[in-house]
Design a protein around this ligand. Structure first.
Ligand code: BES
Ligand code: MN
Ligand code: ZN
Length: 497
């Protein structure tokens, strides 16, 4: 998809389709009014005839509007003008994109970003438009022998803005395009099945990314190297599988040499069967998504590199399968982590924290400014927050605040939970320094408590993305979250726009 910026009258722009907003009930938006002045009230008549009343998500396609230069005009419902916020804006952009894509128009000019969106500014509106348009057209059909694409798909989209906003619009479109590319990478990796998206495949993806820029460098540790480093917790998970584990690092050097990096650690369990504490078989296929933290790290680094952000970022990905092979960990086994702390593995399905703890210790070597781990860590987080917000826990309130704000600005929200000492005793073990599970209560918090014992040397935050990384059911598929949040966070650290 190609995106551009325009500043033209909607009736005189030559395009396959002009996209205009309509508010409830039957109110033309300002750009639609501008259009209608030249088309002698064509749109107003359509609304008066009852063809459309402006409900969010509605669309109406009109061909060859008399008096205008476009081949089609698409009216898009935007709901009540007073309630037009980021969420409704997103719905309008997504339904407009799908309708244009199905219309036969190969290019379009959208006037939706000119509308005032509650709680957002011009830059974020335009950027979100680009992200949402690209996202709406994503199809996980890499492995289908016959693609079900539109016969004449949408190829070019221009976002129209006021003359004064042209500069900021160019930046927003470029950023939106970079982030959309990162989101798309995260989604396609997530949607790949576990027999293809193995730890080695993730490593290859990191290496391939590194060839796209001199500022990116990938390195991969194999199991013997991890053994030498004493990563007994990580290796205890991969022992249950034939597929070799990998510890992937992808360094982006956009900032000063020696400048402390932001380290992003992504959980890369390419399939989580639960191991000997095996999961029930219903919906177990969805555990191919247990590497979405890793995918979001790769997507974020791709976006960073394309935006040429003037900061240093390191992606660290512990990648493994969790399977019940003959050598698999057994409940009650005690393993020694790289930090020297011992762990009683009471449940082999709490494997994410076992691979993360060694990756977090390993991350010390990068002398990080902050470390953020991203993981599909607990089913409890899905129960607590559903699919709308990622869980956020941190040992540093300033860092937590910055992540919450970034999520809010990017439309990719997180919600903070407490990391109080009170919860720590739930991890007590009679036989080791700690157990790997903390019982039924507060599962998301005790998982973070576990990780907090390996992050005492730096500022750290944990994003539990179990509820937001993918959708189940009929719309099954990866979302690419939280690439948008993370990229916004890095953009803010780099000085913002
Ligand atoms: N990958 C899962 C978490 C998960 C489950 C994410 C369902 C999304 C949907 C993780 O490895 C896991 O199995 N966690 C256990 C922890 C428990 C054994 C303490 C869980 O949440 O049940
Ligand atoms: Mn598990
Ligand atoms: Zn898991």
């Amino acid at each position: 998809m190609k995106f551009t910026v325009k500043s033209e009258h909607p009736a005189s722009v030559k395009t396959g389709c002009v996209i205009l907003g309509v508010f409830e009930r039957r109110k033309l938006s300002e750009p639609a009014n501008r259009f209608d002045k030249t088309t002698r009230g064509l749109l107003a008549r359509l609304l008066a005839d009852g063809d459309m009343d402006g409900k969010s998500g509605q669309t109406l396609l009109v061909h060859h509007p008399h008096g205008a230069k476009c081949e089609r005009v698409l009216l898009v419902g935007c709901g009540k003008a007073a309630d037009f916020n980021k969420r409704v804006f997103g719905q309008a952009v997504a339904s407009a994109t799908l309708a244009v894509n199905a219309s036969g128009a190969s290019d379009a000019v959208s006037y939706l970003a000119e509308l005032e969106v509650k709680g957002s500014d011009q830059y974020h509106c335009i950027r979100a438009h680009v992200e949402l348009t690209q996202s709406a057209l994503y199809k996980p059909d890499e492995l289908k022998s016959k693609k079900d694409h539109a016969s004449r798909p949408l190829r070019r989209m221009a976002v129209n803005v006021a003359k004064n906003d042209m500069n900021i619009a160019h930046t927003a479109v470029a950023d939106g395009h970079a982030i959309a590319g990162g989101v798309e990478l995260a989604r396609s990796l997530g949607d790949l099945p576990a027999n293809i998206c193995t730890p080695s495949h993730l490593a290859k993806t990191a290496r391939d990314l590194a060839t796209t820029s001199t500022r990116l460098k990938a390195s991969v540790l194999d199991e013997p190297a991890m053994k030498k480093l004493g990563m007994g917790a990580l290796l205890s998970v991969s022992r249950g599988s034939e597929e070799p584990a990998k510890l992937i690092s992808l360094e982006y050097s956009g900032g000063n040499k020696g400048g402390k990096p932001v380290v992003l650690v992504g959980k890369g369990v390419t399939f989580d069967s639960g191991g000997i504490s095996i999961k029930p078989s219903a919906a177990m296929d969805e555990m191919k998504y247990d590497m979405c933290g890793a995918a979001s790290v790769l997507g974020t680094l791709k976006a960073c590199s394309e935006m040429a952000l003037p900061i240093n970022v390191v992606g660290v990905i512990p990648a493994t399968e969790n399977l019940p092979d003959g050598l698999a960990s057994k409940p009650g086994d005690i393993v020694t982590s790289m930090s020297g702390q011992t762990i009683e593995v009471l449940n082999t399905d709490a494997e994410g924290r076992l691979i993360l703890c060694d990756a977090l210790t390993w991350s010390e070597k990068f002398n990080p400014a902050v470390v953020i781990d991203i993981a599909t860590l607990t089913g409890a987080c899905v129960i607590a927050l559903g699919s709308h917000a990622a869980g956020l826990l941190s040992n540093d309130d300033k860092l937590a605040g910055a992540l919450l704000a970034a999520g809010e600005a990017a439309g990719d929200r997180a919600w903070q939970m407490p990391l109080w000492e009170d919860y720590q005793p739930q991890l007590d073990s009679n036989f080791a320094d700690m157990a790997n599970i903390g019982g039924r209560e507060a599962g998301t918090i005790t998982a973070a408590c576990f990780l907090s014992r390996f992050t005492t040397k730096y500022h750290w935050a944990h994003l539990d993305i179990a509820g937001v990384a993918w959708k189940g059911g009929k719309e099954k598929g990866a979302t690419g979250r939280p690439v948008s949040l993370l990229t916004q966070f890095l953009l803010d650290r780099a000085g913002g726009r």
